[in-house]
Design a protein around this ligand. Structure first.
Ligand code: GUN
Length: 273
């Protein structure tokens, strides 16, 4: 069965829209895009469209590739102090001359709608409530919950250990009492680990999950999105071969992608002062 991220994301966006309206929430999301990364431009555009849909004010600040680290830090400092701004998102990747970690650490944790700052990541890791959970992992959990997929006691294999997806989804699954294995490029015998997993979350950016690895009861969450050799968008999972052999699977596109946007809007609707 397909985990229909597109349909579930619409439902969540509608819930957010209703709450923003009913509670008269005055949220303002500022998205900063540095440089000319074409995928980032599309992501940022989609975030703006979604914000408009749910009644959240959004501003996109486009800065040239030549922007210096200190100029960007100044910008963030101003936005941190601006009472009208309730959410700040710096689209990644940044140009190479800018230290991503310095930038992320400069964002106020109460405006960190990505949940990437050390305070929010640290709170997640030690079992406290962060101001924001990272959008993609939170979207994945929302999707699994919508289909009532049990997490408690489930054997979950997370492939990839990025700060954006791998590490935080592992933490969130652990919080829900799953038994979590984090696999990465040094992992031995990935195939046998996937074979016995109840839930597989793949966030690598290349084809890593193939038909013979999975089992009939697996739930497969494909976070990867890239252009295959035929020019079509594809994910980490060999969908055509794997989908008939598993219980649930997310399509690419139309799975995790739209859930990330809906989850981000959920975050952007939370206002801390
Ligand atoms: N680039 C890819 N995914 C993300 C994300 O979730 N947040 C930000 N800021 N940049 C990204």
């Amino acid at each position: 069965m397909i985990l229909d991220g597109k349909a579930v994301s619409q439902k969540i966006l509608e819930q957010v829209r209703k709450r923003v309206e009913a509670e008269n929430i005055k949220a303002h999301l500022v998205v900063i895009l540095v440089g000319e990364d074409s995928a980032s431009k599309i992501y940022v555009k989609n975030k703006k469209i979604a914000a408009e849909k749910v009644g959240i004010k959004s501003t996109v600040i486009e800065l040239p590739d030549s922007t210096t680290e200190s100029e960007l830090l100044d910008k963030i400092d101003k936005l941190n102090k601006d009472q009208d701004v309730t959410g700040i998102l710096v689209q990644l990747p940044l140009p190479e001359h800018i230290d991503k970690n310095k930038i992320v650490q400069a964002i106020s944790p109460k405006k960190d709608v990505d949940g990437f700052t050390p305070e929010n990541v640290g709170k997640l890791a030690i079992g406290l409530e962060p101001y924001f959970y990272p959008a993609t992992p939170q979207g994945i959990i929302m999707l699994l919950d919508e289909y009532k997929i049990p997490l408690e006691g489930a054997d979950a294999v997370v492939i990839g250990r990025s700060n954006i997806v791998g590490r935080p989804i592992a933490q969130m699954l652990l919080r829900r009492n799953a038994t979590v294995t984090i696999a990465h490029s040094y992992t031995k015998d990935l195939e046998s680990k996937i074979k016995t997993a109840d839930i597989v979350v793949s966030a690598v950016g290349k084809k890593v999950v193939r038909c013979k690895m999975v089992n009939r009861n697996s739930v497969i969450v494909d976070v990867g999105i890239f252009r295959g050799s035929n020019g079509k968008l594809t994910g980490d999972v060999d969908f055509d071969l794997v989908s008939p052999s598993v219980k649930y699977i997310t399509p690419v596109p139309g799975g995790v992608g739209p859930m990330t946007i809906a989850s981000l809007m959920y975050n952007a609707s939370k206002v801390y002062h």
